[in-house]
Design a protein around this ligand. Structure first.
Ligand code: ADP
Ligand code: MG
Length: 626
């Protein structure tokens, strides 16, 4: 609740709308206590007094009634009717929607066709018909306005309910023996209430307008009783000669409806969990870059050279240093493994290279990524877009999330190719079949017209790989591509990647948390911890003789088949939170070999041969007593 209010208050327009609305409602509430003239007493000798005249601050109307007093009482009435209509419409509409959506089938059909019939009438005509049938009067206008809004709520809520009623937690509740009524009250309702609130907050203004409309036509409040609509209606004949009689209620309607709508939009944004991170806007097309100067390109460089890359997330007043100075080096045809616990910054490192980290909140604050000598950090968006997928492509963990559910996989492959070069339909089809064959999808001609949901997880991931291959890239960055797959499928996918690397000279950056996978595929491996590389070297060397205590502990967590019984060690403690990194070694708190000096200053990345380690007391060296 507090979080919701702070989020709402951060939206200036919503805050302004909220304040104005609260003021108007307060005024309406205290109206009976104020020393106002009687709103209904006529005094024809005192007609059409202008604004700011004696005894009538806002002047008088065509019957000499005090406009200020009528305005206050009228606002009170209009607000009450608008809110009441909204609550009635929301309650009845939501009830109908939940019942229809939850029970489905024939119940749903009968109810929703009835709702459709109501919706088929023009809105205001229906309201007029209802008032005509019930007779004019404010209460009947309220009923009419509520009734014409019920279908809107019913439709909205039904849609939400249908999607919730098919979720696993509802099935679980049903298995637990809960009755339908209990399920609706305890599982469905809490999930639809935010939607009801949002729908209400965005429609109350509209309902106040509709009530005013009916009153304007003489079908709502009856003389002498004032509401904003009837005041406007009565002032119509004097619109030219005495405009203030129309302006006074008109401005009030404007203020009320504006403030409600601004507040309503704010409520909608604040209740949307996707906007809770504080980012009220869509991420930019490329990650924001704020760096002083780029480190120079290394000489005799490999295909991809990442230098001192720093990526941060700026959230409110916090700065999360997700990547804190990473160097990577990838040769043509080489496979580099990046390994580390979840949250160590592997994905952010990989995404930073092509400017794919979401901004806001992501910012690249330093470093460079040289692809074939060209710095990608801070490259213009056009250039990045041109290179994404064509020079460097990505494979992600969850292929179901990266494939579009509504298009056939073949069409998605063709689209990936077309993004970079124009090809005809037939050529695209042939190329797509080739790609599916390359990733060993059996029966590629048929599979090409499958939808993603018709494929198994392993097949989908192969499509993901095919898509990454679509434009013959030089580097594929694979971010835990096998984590969602079972081991046999994982082995197949790894074999495919390995073959592709050998046959096409493809460089692969393979991100994983699994040493087994690294051993199978990678030439070199870099171990990441808390946003930095703590050890790097040839795969066999690191597997045989890890030097950083973290690497050693990480490997002790891997079970070995046939390795006899031994205790599997989890690493005690948790990785540090990256907005409060300790000075010195980030692993110090969890390290068994920690010394006083580990907590002081930056630990250098000491090279010896091809094997580098960021540790003062690496494993395998004699303990230095302090
Ligand atoms: P992993 O090594 O598991 O791939 P990530 O690179 O995804 O880890 O994340 C590294 C760090 O960056 C984590 O501490 C994570 O909390 C933080 N982080 C990632 N994305 C965001 C984001 N959009 N906003 C804030 N922090 C983020
Ligand atoms: Mg990740």
């Amino acid at each position: 609740m507090i979080a919701f209010l702070t989020l709402l208050a951060r939206n200036r327009l919503a805050l302004a709308g909220g304040i104005v609305l609260v003021l108007v409602v307060l005024l309406a509430l205290v109206t009976p206590l104020l020393p106002l003239a009687d709103p209904d007493v006529t005094n024809t000798s005192n007609r059409f007094q202008p604004i700011f005249s004696d005894g009538a601050l806002l002047g008088t109307d065509h019957l000499g009634r005090d406009l200020l007093s009528r305005l206050m009482w009228g606002t009170r009435l209009s607000l009450a009717v608008g809110f009441a209509a909204a609550i009635i419409a929301a309650t009845i509409g939501a009830a109908i929607g939940i019942v229809a959506g939850y029970y489905g089938g024939r119940t749903d059909n009968v109810i929703m066709r009835g709702v459709d019939m109501l919706m088929a009438f023009p809105y205001i005509l229906l309201a007029l018909a209802i008032v005509a049938a019930l007779g004019p009067g404010l209460f009947n206008a309220l009923i009419a306005v509520a009734a014409v809004n019920v279908p809107f709520f019913a439709r909205n809520i039904r849609g939400i309910t249908v999607s919730i009623a098919n979720k696993e937690f509802v099935d679980a509740a049903r298995l637990a023996g809960l009755s339908n009524r209990q399920i609706i009250l305890s599982e469905i309702l809490p999930n639809v209430i935010p939607v009801i609130v949002i729908a209400m907050s965005t429609t109350i203004g509209w309902m106040i307008l509709e009530t005013a409309g009916l009153s304007f036509l003489g079908l709502g409040s009856q003389p002498p009783q004032a509401d904003l609509g009837s005041m406007l209606g009565e002032a119509r004949s004097a619109l030219i000669t005495n405009p203030h009689t129309s302006i006074v209620p008109g401005v009030m309607i404007l203020i009320i409806v504006m403030s409600i709508n601004l507040l309503g939009d704010g409520v909608r944004d604040a209740l949307d969990p996707r906007l809770k991170s504080g980012a009220l806007s869509r991420p930019m097309a490329a990650t924001q870059v704020q760096r002083r100067d780029a480190p120079p390109a290394p000489t005799g460089a490999g295909l991809l050279e990442v230098r001192a890359l720093e990526t941060q997330f700026h959230l409110k007043s916090r700065i999360y240093r997700a990547v804190g100075g990473v160097d990577l080096h990838v040769e043509k045809g080489e496979c580099l493994g990046i390994i580390g616990e979840s949250g160590s910054g592997k994905s952010v490192t990989a995404l930073s290279i092509m400017g794919l980290v979401a901004s806001p909140p992501g910012v690249i604050t330093g470093g460079a990524a040289y692809y074939d000598g060209e710095d990608l950090i801070g490259a213009p968006y056009r250039r990045l877009r041109d290179m994404r997928g064509r020079n460097v492509s990505y494979i992600f963990q969850d292929p179901l999330a990266t494939l579009h559910p509504l298009y056939r996989v073949g069409d998605q492959l063709i689209e990936a190719i077309r993004a970079h070069r124009p090809i005809g339909r037939a050529e695209g089809q042939a190329k797509a079949i080739d790609l599916l064959r390359a990733v060993r999808i059996p029966n590629a001609e048929k599979r090409i017209s499958d939808y993603p949901h018709e494929m198994s997880g392993g097949m989908r991931q192969r499509v993901g790989i095919a898509m990454a291959l679509a434009n013959d890239p030089d580097i594929i960055i694979a971010d835990e591509p096998t984590t969602a797959l079972d081991v046999t499928v994982q082995a197949q996918v790894l074999t495919i990647l390995d073959d592709l690397r050998r046959s096409r000279g493809l460089a692969i950056v393979f991100i994983t948390h699994d040493f087994g996978v690294v051993a199978q595929l990678c030439d070199r491996v870099a171990v990441m911890y808390a946003g930095r590389i703590v050890e790097e070297g040839p795969t066999e060397e690191i597997l045989d003789a890890p030097r950083h205590p973290y690497t050693a502990r990480l490997m002790a967590c891997v079970p070995e088949l046939g390795g006899g019984k031994r205790r599997l060690d989890a690493i005690p403690g948790l990785p540090p939170v990256v907005d409060r990194l300790p000075e010195g070694c980030a692993f110090a708190d969890r390290c068994q070999k920690v010394q006083e000096t580990c907590r002081r200053g930056d630990i250098p990345f000491a090279q010896s041969g091809g094997h580098a380690v960021r540790c003062l007391y690496p494993v395998g060296t004699e303990e230095v007593g302090s």
